[in-house]
Write a protein that binds this ligand. Sequence first.
Ligand SMILES: [Zn+2]
Length: 243
Amino acid sequence: MSTDVTAEDLGRLLELQAVDDEVRRLEHQLAGLDEQQRLDELEAQDARLAEGDVDLGQRLDDVRRQQRQVEGEIDALGRRLDEERTRLYEGALSTAREVQAAEAEIASTTRRRGEHEDQLLELMEQVEELEGRVAELQQVRADLAGRIAEAAAARDAAAQALLVRIAEVRVRRDPIADALPAGLLERYAAAAARGGGTGVGELRDNACTACRITFPMSEINAYLTGDALTTCSQCGRLLIIPD
Ligand SMILES: [Zn+2]
């Protein structure tokens, strides 16, 4: 262990750790923002509604297509009726049998057209009902879009406030880190990288404050008679031995 580490360096190490802890705490807060969770929930809700929207839209398209088809069939049956009636009333038919056949054709075409018209009414009711539901859903989604925009703004504001605080803490960090000997800063950084962000602990109440493991008395005696800065035998982080 180097013996040229000064009491000021040890103080700076602890200061650096405090500042890094603060950054970590703020970053953790940033990652788990309540505002983000609220926004995620609203967006998931909208995604579910969007699926329903697509489903309703497809059903509406289907029913409209059926409606157009039935309308086309009604038109065709109407033209057929006109033709039969023309043949019947303009005296184009010469035998009673032909007249009877034309009359039968007119009766059956009229009946079929009536059936198609009933079907058309049902389809039109379905279209109306589906259009109502699409409009309702779109209204719900429009309201939700407003709430999503509000939630996003709240999330942005909360995140921004935390980012500002993190930047402020980092500004405080720089002069502390710059004042440490380069080798010591490297040792701290390496220990912190291995130790989940904590690079240095202190011997306090016979334990390392970083890993909280209590040392046997023999080890404590060795620490107390050794260097002011050493390595924790349990967690491998830097360990400061108080006077
Ligand atoms: Zn330790």
